[in-house]
Design a protein around this ligand. Structure first.
Ligand SMILES: Nc1ncnc2c1ncn2[C@@H]1O[C@H](COP(=O)(O)OP(=O)(O)OP(=O)(O)O)[C@@H](O)[C@H]1O
Ligand SMILES: [Mg+2]
Length: 365
């Protein structure tokens, strides 16, 4: 098993820089997820670590050894792709054995390793079948078996579940989590699905435009997004955003915008008088409030859409021209057209500089 270090890694295709100064240390046994929108460079990075793509600048090391010039097969990594392409004319047994046979591994050794891997992944009943005789999830397990059998020091997954339907995806996600608990192999997992990232990762590396936007545990990223981009990317339904300006009344910060005024603890944010800010509030942080009385720390409007989610409902209304969503228990959802009001506790406010997009939350708060 192995740690992985990326230092100052760059990737350029001709004049276009798609990865810029990427620095990351992944510990032995860690499960790290690269998350980000399409085109942000997740696959490119993974392929550079695997050795399938040349590194334009900087260094990648695995288990303390720089691997820039090592062939993929000498890096001790195994990769599982979205399109896992099993050999259709071969049995599952032969599909799993293929890589080892090419490496001239002894037949008895191959056989015992296949039995062990098939046992771990629940594939024993299918070893004699052809790929077309398996379900999508079973085929994906074969692809994982093919990677596992090489007993790699590092697992690299590139969107391995994105070809599966929603139910199977959930099932395979749990299986991958269990597999990692059992094997503890250092893993990098690429996805643009935030649920996969939140549930699987020890740490998430959230990327944007070829660079790291934030690295942290799922809870850190959710609770303390470092930028507006992170805040908007993580969390379903999406965080609500409002334009406000900061003013001090001597004791607290008043964050004022079109139709809203929030009072925030002075110690919580690092902001300046008159600063243009974007205020962020998660839909789950809105609590039903009285329709009368004090409108400070309150978002109020007319429910123009009520989406039933089963145990909850998403209520949409407009505040100063901005669409706001509130997540409420399904049993207390309003009807469309009804007036609604929600209070927001100061501790669930996020504040970002409107120009730089950086969070203004104090480090220690
Ligand atoms: N061979 C190539 N030549 C030129 N540009 C490339 C090449 N391969 C990838 N790119 C560019 O590099 C950037 C990163 O691509 P990459 O495939 O790593 O993104 P990704 O984050 O994996 O996206 P997705 O979620 O869609 O898979 C993209 O802008 C892409 O257009
Ligand atoms: Mg990709």
């Amino acid at each position: 098993m192995a740690n992985i270090v990326c230092s100052r890694v760059d990737k350029a295709y001709g004049a276009v820089n798609v990865i810029r100064d990427f620095n990351l240390e992944i510990e032995d046994h860690e499960f790290v997820v690269f998350l980000g929108p399409s085109g942000c460079g997740k696959s490119t990075l993974l392929r550079m670590i695997a050795g399938l793509e040349e590194i334009s600048g900087g260094a990648v090391s695995i288990a303390g050894r720089t691997v820039n010039d090592l062939e993929p097969r000498d890096r001790g990594v195994a990769m599982v792709f979205q399109n896992y392409a099993l050999y259709p004319h071969m049995t599952i047994y032969d599909n799993i054995a293929f890589g080892l046979k090419r490496m001239k591994v002894d037949r008895a050794e191959i056989d015992s390793r296949i039995k062990a891997v098939a046992g771990t992944l629940g594939l024993e009943p299918y070893l004699g079948r052809k790929p077309t005789e398996l379900s999508g999830g079973q085929q994906q397990r074969v692809a994982i078996a093919r990677a596992m059998i090489k007993t790699p020091r590092v697992f690299l997954f590139d969107e391995p579940l994105s070809n599966l339907d929603a139910k199977l995806r959930n099932h395979m996600r749990v299986e991958i989590a269990r597999l990692h608990q059992k094997l503890k192999t250092t893993t990098i997992y690429v996805t643009h699905d935030q649920l996969e990232a939140m549930t699987l990762a020890d740490r998430i590396v959230l990327m944007k435009g070829g660079a790291i936007e934030q690295v942290g545990t799922p809870a850190e990223i959710y609770e303390r997004p470092r930028t507006l981009f992170v805040a908007g990317f993580i969390g379903t339904p999406n965080m609500n955003f409002l334009d406000v300006t900061a003013r001090s009344d001597g004791q607290a910060w008043l964050l004022e915008g079109d139709g809203v005024r929030f009072r925030a603890d002075r110690g919580r944010f690092e902001i300046k008088e008159g600063q243009a800010l974007t205020l962020g509030v998660r839909p789950s942080s809105l609590l039903a409030a009285s329709l009368e009385g004090n409108r400070e720390n309150t978002l109020a409007g007319i429910a123009d859409l009520v989406e039933f989610h089963g145990d909850s409902a998403l209520v949409s209304f407009r505040v100063g021209g901005k669409e706001i969503g509130a997540l409420v228990p399904a049993g207390s959802r309003p009807t469309t057209g009804a007036p609604v009001a929600f209070s927001v506790g100061g501790e669930s406010l996020h504040v970002f500089d409107r120009v730089t997009g950086l969070s203004m939350l104090r480090e220690e708060s």
